[in-house]
Design a binder for this molecule. Structure first.
Ligand code: MN
Length: 514
């Protein structure tokens, strides 16, 4: 195997947008495209220009906004080409079904017609001076002889690259590798693979394709895409990078940020256990793991796969499985330095609470620790004076918050889709330039039944530095409980950032003393 560079073809804005229920407005598409540009992908597939005038204009805007070559999709129909050319894309991705079932039932064309028209369209694309990528759609269910025949034909017509799509996600990695090898033996032009995750093998199959000689992988951020989605960019990139002789041109440190952006804009939340970018991807709770990690990171984090590489954060979680080292680490992040007997006391309390099945929020932990240490809560970033919320079926929900921010009184209002959203927006204005917060989790659990139920609200936040904080608010008014949870989380976030700044200051002082 020769190795070398593997091109990353990102289709978040095309196949990714075909995720059921998803539609990115132009502004969001541009934001994602710019992020992909920074990430260093090789091609951005921006859309399907022939699908509508708006889509064409959208692709055109993206072409203008980024330096990365942009690709537009087209069927083997003459009328798809003008919009593609008009959009100004550098690469035209021509596709046609080649499996018997899709040719018959979806395209309603014979195999000869598909071949002939594919050749025609590829020729026109080449005459227009564009780079042409050709996809025999549903390649994994295409008869091999026909796949090879059409591959030879489009190469002859001038195609620059052939993409082998596992459109319905049914191929096993071995099969993808086999197809790539077979087509590679037949044509000179480079190959690409496009795998779907219906059986959870999209990334594995993409890597197998690379092993078989594919020079490009088609992926999406967070694995968005039709049905179960496509191979995820972040997982595929990390796997390519760990194979000795292969590499991508991706700025890996930007992977987490790009994933977060797409998660927020798409509204499609990642499971915490998602590799590379999930909330728990680098979280350690159990005593044994955390102790090992504090000693040497490679004990429980494999080489390359660490938060520094991908711009994520390592987190130590304190809960039922916690041990002393993990606890010490977590408390030090908020500037608390308990002695040994204090740690034992705190740990005892934490374990007794979490063994009862209660999930301990971070803020709860710090509250326990502070009680145990007998320390008064330090000065908070935000001190609440007053909240006023108005909502109704004929009014825009509005919240007005009066609070002291570092001692200075401020009043701000915000609107939202509901009262809680309005509160969040007012709170964002209150903290203003002090911090940029994003809500990564918001949960309401009723503790008791009935309409006078006590609500338990959990809010998790993240700021622009990637620092995360989670806190809880409890009360019989769910809006006020949400305000309390939000406030606690904001203040915890501020303390963690302060503690981190203190630590780095100490380190700097030590360095200058030396
Ligand atoms: Mn697809």
């Amino acid at each position: 195997m020769e190795g070398g560079k593997v091109e990353i073809f990102d289709t978040t804005l095309r196949d990714g947008e075909q995720t059921p229920g998803l539609s990115f407005p132009l502004a969001e598409k541009l934001e994602i495209a710019r992020e992909l540009d920074q990430l260093g992908v090789d091609v951005i597939e921006a859309g399907f220009p022939a699908s509508s005038k708006e889509e064409m204009e959208c692709v055109e805007e993206i072409v203008r906004a980024v330096e990365t070559p942009v690709c537009g999709l087209a069927r083997i129909k003459e009328r798809d080409l003008k919009p593609a050319f008009d959009s100004g894309v550098e690469v035209v991705h021509v596709f046609a079904s080649t499996s018997e079932i899709q040719m018959k039932k979806s395209m309603k064309m014979t195999r000869d017609e598909v071949l002939e028209q594919s050749v025609d369209i590829v020729s026109v694309v080449k005459e227009a001076g564009k780079t042409c990528l050709y996809s025999p759609m549903d390649a994994s269910r295409t008869e091999e002889d026909y796949l090879l025949e059409i591959s030879r034909a489009v190469e002859e017509a001038g195609a620059d690259m052939i993409n082998i799509p596992d459109t319905v996600g049914v191929a096993l990695p071995d099969q993808v590798r086999g197809m790539v090898t077979a087509v590679n033996n037949e044509v000179e032009i480079p190959l690409s693979v496009h795998c779907h995750d219906d059986y959870g093998l999209a990334v594995a199959s993409s890597i197998a394709g690379v092993r078989g000689g594919a020079k490009q992988v088609q992926v999406t951020i967070n694995g968005l895409g039709e049905r179960a989605g496509n191979a995820s960019l972040e997982e595929t990139v990390m796997n390519v990078e760990r194979m000795d002789t292969f590499h991508t041109g991706i700025e890996k440190e930007g992977l987490f940020k790009a994933s977060k952006l797409v998660e927020r804009l798409s509204g499609i939340q990642l499971p915490p256990t998602k590799p590379v970018v999930g909330r728990n991807a680098f979280s350690h709770e159990s005593g044994i793991h955390a102790a090992g990690m504090v000693e040497d990171k490679s004990t429980f984090e494999p080489e390359l796969m660490n938060p520094e590489t991908v711009g994520h954060r390592r987190r130590f979680i304190v809960g039922k499985h916690a041990g002393r080292q993990g606890l010490e680490k977590v408390l030090s992040e908020a500037g608390l330095e308990p002695n040994e007997s204090e740690i034992n006391q705190i740990l005892k309390k934490v374990k007794s609470i979490s063994s009862n099945g209660k999930k301990l929020s971070e803020a709860d932990l710090y509250a326990i620790a502070e009680t145990e240490l007998g320390r008064p809560t330090g000065k908070e970033l935000v001190e609440l004076d007053q909240v006023f919320v108005m909502t109704g079926d004929n009014a825009t929900p509005t919240a007005t918050i009066t609070a002291k921010v570092e001692g200075e009184e401020r009043t701000e209002s915000g609107n939202g889709v509901g009262p809680i959203d309005a509160v969040f927006s007012a709170m964002k204005s209150i903290i203003g330039e002090k911090k940029q917060i994003e809500i990564s989790e918001f949960r309401i659990d009723a503790i008791t039944g009935g309409s006078d139920a006590v609500a338990n609200v959990v809010v998790a936040l993240e700021d622009e530095r990637g620092t995360a904080a989670e806190a809880r608010g409890t009360g019989d008014d769910i809006v006020i409980a949400s305000v309390e949870a939000l406030l606690n989380a904001v203040n915890l976030l501020a303390r963690k950032d302060d503690a981190e700044r203190d630590i780095s200051k100490k380190v700097k002082n030590l360095e200058t003393e030396r």
